[in-house]
Design a binder for this molecule. Sequence first.
Ligand SMILES: Cc1ncc(COP(=O)(O)O)c(C=O)c1O
Length: 281
Amino acid sequence: MQVYLDNNATTKLDPKVLEAMMPYFTDMYGNPNSLHKFGTLTHPALRKAIDQVYTGIGANDNDDIVFTSCATESNNWVLKSVWADLMQHGDKNHIVTTEVEHPSILSTCKYLEEECGVKVTYLPVNEEGIVEAHTVKSFITDRTALVSIMWANNETGMIFPMKEISDVCKDKGVLLHTDGVQAVGKIPVNVSQMDIAFMSFSAHKFHGPKGVGALYIKHSRKLTPLLHGGDQMGGRRSGTLNVPGIIGMGEALEIATTDIETKMASIAKLRNRIEDELLKL
Ligand SMILES: Cc1ncc(COP(=O)(O)O)c(C=O)c1O
């Protein structure tokens, strides 16, 4: 199964998203973490955006979604913090990933190998361009701390069997992170139906603004922060919140996930037509 990527590099901002964001650049520019009126004026719209993002990925009330600057930050955060939490002083030293991950995963893995002595297994994809769950299982050892496998590939659109991979990780008692950048807003994604500990995603892949990403954290699991500072986002990710960006992400995800099957079918039709015409040539 493939995701039909409507524009792999980045997507155009939806006009409705821009409309929702605009007042938070102009009139309601307060910092939500300040106690004064300008700050608190932003709270209802932020609450709405957070609810939209929870709904868009099927997260539960006891989960956490932490806004970041991009999926690259979310991916770096998970890998480096799982190292700090489970590998630096613990008995784990191994990550399983694939050869076809985005550079924000591959370069971070290389860094952890070179600087921290972490062992990383880079699984090759099969002839269909995916890694099957039984292959993942066969490489997990009692020293594996994390499996990090993308949900959909950014070059081929191939969808990885995430439910089966999550079942394997649950069986083996290993944390699963997925880079959901190319899946969220493009195919139905419901994190509550799987045992996914962490999922990274990014607004500009589903017609939201650039410069805003997020990390889903199942059951609000403790994870050492990547950015220390003013204790925003409950101390998980410090830095003044990108209010218009978060509002834009919420709005864009709601639009993208409404009637998602119809959208998938219409993009599939266009994509298949291009392929048919190219093959005729
Ligand atoms: C699969 C995948 N992961 C991560 C990223 C990085 O996302 P961001 O640009 O938000 O850092 C991309 C961007 O293209 C991607 O396709």
